[in-house]
Design a protein around this ligand. Structure first.
Ligand code: G3H
Ligand code: 13P
Ligand code: ZN
Length: 311
């Protein structure tokens, strides 16, 4: 099976009450760990590439790594641009073989976001590529916003129908309290997601796939492992997995996870090197990193996203 778009994946996920994991990839071990997990769980998967990852690994290496994963696993895999911030990068990924792109116009005003997103949709759809847009702003604790500002950043349900109909996007990323990175909440702050906003959006866009960014859970066991083996990660707090499970049963069809993979890979490599200070062959410690990725992705697919046996 060649690379697929997200269209059919999302239609089935919506119907089935589960979400597809969108995991960020930067190198071979990460691609292998994720796709091995998806194969073991018989789950479709989205491999997504940020502008930074594309710069780090380079476009052709990414393409060939992902094509190799398709050949090896036979899985439905979509290759997606994460957080495209311009028409040009989206066009370059569409032309270069990606099957899905995100145009993130969330930093612009409503009209400007619509104009940019529509331009990408017209280009991508003419070439059979699906497009994710974003409405609302994901906040981080480092932004130090007050409650009124935070409310203003959540997606406004009253705007979603107009945004989707005027742009023609295939899916919509929304802001309901998730944020990027490992430090999503202040120490002592109770993690919360605005399910009331998600429900309103779902009512206004029945059957339409919603995307959650910033959905790492930051498992404490990995934070402790990093710290035990020489790292320093104080008070890292993520989104509780039961909240993501709940969102997956609703209109959320794509859940983005990057930080958890970085965390567990780093924990495994640190542990390996601490326990085997004599090792200097990268295959030895990277194999442990890859194994850790496979194990956390299997857990996400089975226990959080609910997409096991969806193919
Ligand atoms: O949302 C961003 C992703 O975690 C990718 O991060 O830009 O550091 O590759 P990056
Ligand atoms: P996390 O930092 O929570 O893993 O979010 C990743 C993401 O949203 C990539 O687009
Ligand atoms: Zn994101």
């Amino acid at each position: 099976m060649p690379l697929v778009t997200t269209k059919e994946m999302f239609a089935k996920a919506y119907e089935g009450g589960y979400a597809i994991g969108a995991f960020n990839v930067n190198n071979m071990e990460i691609v292998q760990g994720i796709t091995e997990a998806a194969m073991l769980e018989r789950s479709p998967v989205i491999l997504q590439v940020s502008a930074g990852a594309r710069k780090y690994a380079r476009h052709n290496y990414i393409m060939k790594l992902v094509e190799a994963a398709v050949l090896e696993t036979g899985l439905p895999i979509a290759l997606h641009l994460d957080h495209g911030d311009s028409f040009e990068i989206c066009r370059s990924c569409v032309d270069g073989g990606f099957t899905s792109v995100m145009i993130d116009g969330s930093k612009y005003g409503f009209e400007e976001n619509i104009a940019l997103t529509k331009q990408v949709v017209e280009y991508a759809h003419a070439r059979g590529v699906t497009v994710e847009g974003e409405l609302g702003k994901l906040a981080g604790i480092e932004d130090d916003v007050n409650v009124a500002d935070a409310d203003a950043q959540f997606t406004n349900p009253a705007e979603v129908e107009e945004f989707v109909s005027r742009t023609g996007v295939d899916s919509l990323a929304i802001a309901i309290g998730t944020s990027h990175g490992a430090y999503k909440f202040k120490p002592g702050q109770k993690p919360q997601l605005r399910f009331d906003i998600l429900e309103k959006i779902q009512q206004r866009l029945p059957g339409f796939p919603i995307v959650l960014h910033g959905s790492s859970s930051v498992p404490q066991e990995y934070v402790e492992m990093v710290n035990k083996y020489g790292g320093s990660m104080p008070d890292a707090i993520g989104i509780p997995e039961e909240m993501l499970r709940q969102a997956s049963k609703m209109a959320v069809c794509k859940i983005n996870i990057d930080s958890d993979l970085r965390l567990c890979m780093t924990a495994a490599v640190r542990k390996h090197l601490a326990e085997h200070p004599e090792h200097f062959d990268p295959r030895q410690y990277l194999a442990d990193g890859r194994e850790a990725i496979c194990s956390i992705v299997r857990h996400k697919i089975r226990d959080v996203l609910g997409s096991s046996n969806a193919i």
